[in-house]
Design a binder for this molecule. Structure first.
Ligand code: HEM
Length: 498
């Protein structure tokens, strides 16, 4: 009898504890969908039915006219921001209230990713960001430009060889090889051999590094981004001890070899080693970690962006032809070559790049955390006049896919129309932010954009791309990946341009 009472009381207590907070947003008069105990509003992401990002996009669409929506990310209340003015305040105007990203990785647990500016907080982030900014200036990017061209030429030669056997390739596989080969060279000054061997040692290291193309890594990234408190408790790390050691060895050996042979190279390792020379707080480990982060950040996101861009061009032959004309004209005008400047002067190339980033945002959302209590009431009459006071510690979700595919801001959002980006005045501010905005904007944006554009112009000058029927259309995305990942791959055919 007593046992039955005890069990009943325990169940009642458990139920009380998991439901006590579910009124959080209702008590504050913040609109939002009803949450479930324990899983909140992201239940379908735990059973692989939808990714959390897809759920946030769906909620964004359901709350048309509201400036924000209160949801539950599992058990914690979080706020989805819909009003572009609020996005501006978070990322720029009132940045000091939302300085940090909502991710927790301890430097002791993960010495490499734990030093990435993306996860650093407060003053440590500020100092590191200021130091690293000097490694990403346009002068530094120009210095790396010849290395990027060499990788692009290797890619074209590889496509030449491969298409003599079969014209069909998977777009992301081709783009991974290119960005990895390029990043091996630009980060460490090493030959990635990514076009010579299917699984070069660099490719293997990349697969072990941040790559979410591995089941356990997808689980880890899901926990890291959706349940940060659990990630801290479990001491989750993204870079294994083995890979950390491999990277340390590469950096140490390369620096030693350069010192002994008086070699100075225009690459990221050289730039970060100069930071170490001018500082007594910048350690060897800091230097390795930043070079290693450059390696991870540099190939993963860029290869995804580039593979979707190639695929969009394959699907839109008129756009592709117009772009090829611009590329050929620029090539001829520049004495049968491309330069850093001429690549960045091509306006239609830039428009195609931006349109792809809008339509296929590789992350569905940015997640910040409120660091100082903040109150917001919209002033734009397009939004209902409701007020929210956000407490410190609350996760803030900026729904990139929602905003960038909202017909209110982008007419016929499902169509690939680069022309909309030819006049940037047409784009409403803070509705298009694929690299983030404000002081936390992507540090590697210039490098990422340059490597994708350089690779693309070399490829399109020589090859026409079409969609191969192996692609599963309409595209569906794997819910277990934190980044946009087409199920079954993006298959293209490459045909030599005569
Ligand atoms: C086209 C490819 C890329 C995309 C779409 C992209 C996107 C982003 C986004 C959305 C953020 C978060 C911004 C925010 O929190 O507001 C970010 C941050 C960051 N990205 Fe990128 N990125 C790309 C390439 C790169 C490359 C090539 C590097 C370095 C080699 C890089 C390094 C970083 C770093 C260090 C941060 C953290 C900045 C900070 O918190 O201060 N990214 N990126």
């Amino acid at each position: 009898m007593w046992l039955l009472v005890l069990i009943t009381l325990s169940i009642a207590l458990f139920y009380y504890l998991i439901t006590i907070n579910l009124n959080y947003w209702r008590k504050r008069f913040v609109p939002g969908p009803d949450p479930w105990p324990l899983v909140g509003n992201i239940g379908p992401s735990f059973i692989g039915r939808l990714s959390a990002g897809e759920i946030f996009t769906k909620i964004y669409r359901e709350y048309e006219g509201y400036p924000f929506v209160g949801i539950f990310r599992a058990t914690s209340p979080a706020l989805i921001v819909r009003d572009p003015d609020f996005v501006k305040n978070i990322t720029v105007k009132d940045f000091n209230h939302f300085q940090d990203n909502d991710i927790h990785i301890d430097k002791e647990t993960d010495p490499i990713f734990g030093r990435n500016p993306f996860v650093l907080k407060g003053t440590e982030w500020k100092t590191t960001r200021a130091q690293l900014t000097s490694c990403f200036t346009s002068g530094k990017m120009k210095g790396m430009y010849p290395l990027i061209c060499k990788s692009s030429e290797r890619m074209v030669r590889y496509v030449e060889d491969e298409t003599s056997k079969s014209s069909t390739m998977e777009s992301r596989e081709l783009c991974i090889r290119f960005t990895l080969d390029n990043v091996a060279s630009c980060a460490f000054g090493l030959e990635g051999r990514c076009f010579d061997e299917p699984y070069s040692s660099f490719r293997r290291m990349a697969d072990e590094f941040l790559s979410p193309d591995n089941f356990w890594m997808s689980i880890k990234t899901t926990v890291l981004f959706l349940i940060p408190a659990l990630a801290t408790f479990l001491k989750i790390k993204l870079v294994s001890d083995q890979t950390t050691q491999k990277l340390l060895d590469i950096v140490t050996a390369t620096l030693k070899q350069r010192k002994e042979n008086n070699i100075v190279r225009n690459d990221f390792l050289e730039y970060v080693s100069q930071l170490k020379d001018g500082s007594n707080v910048f350690t060897d480990l800091d230097m390795t970690a930043h070079a290693a982060s450059f390696f991870g950040d540099g190939y993963e996101s860029s290869s995804r962006v580039m593979s979707f861009l190639l695929f969009e061009l394959a699907r839109n032959p008129r756009v592709q032809e117009k772009l090829r004309q611009e590329i050929l004209e620029s090539y001829m005008k520049n004495n049968d070559s491309f330069s850093y400047e001429s690549i960045h002067e091509m306006s239609y190339l830039d428009a195609c790049f931006n349109e792809n980033m809008r339509k296929n945002s590789i992350v569905h959302q940015l997640t910040k955390v409120c660091t100082e209590k903040y109150t917001y009431t919209p002033t734009d009459p397009e939004f209902k006049k409701v007020t929210v006071t956000v407490e410190a510690g609350t996760p803030i979700i900026i729904p990139l896919t929602g905003l960038q595919n909202d017909p209110k801001y982008f007419e016929s959002p499902d169509e690939f129309k680069p022309e909309r980006f030819l006049d940037k005045e047409n784009i409403q501010k803070y509705t298009y932010l694929p690299f983030g905005e404000g002081p936390r904007v992507c540090l590697g944006q210039r490098f990422g954009v340059t490597q994708i554009k350089v690779g693309l112009v070399h490829l399109l000058k020589n090859y026409r791309v079409t969609v191969n029927q192996k692609t599963q259309l309409p595209l569906k995305y794997d819910p277990w990946y934190i980044m946009l990942h087409a199920i079954g791959g993006l298959w293209i055919d490459l045909h030599k341009v005569e």
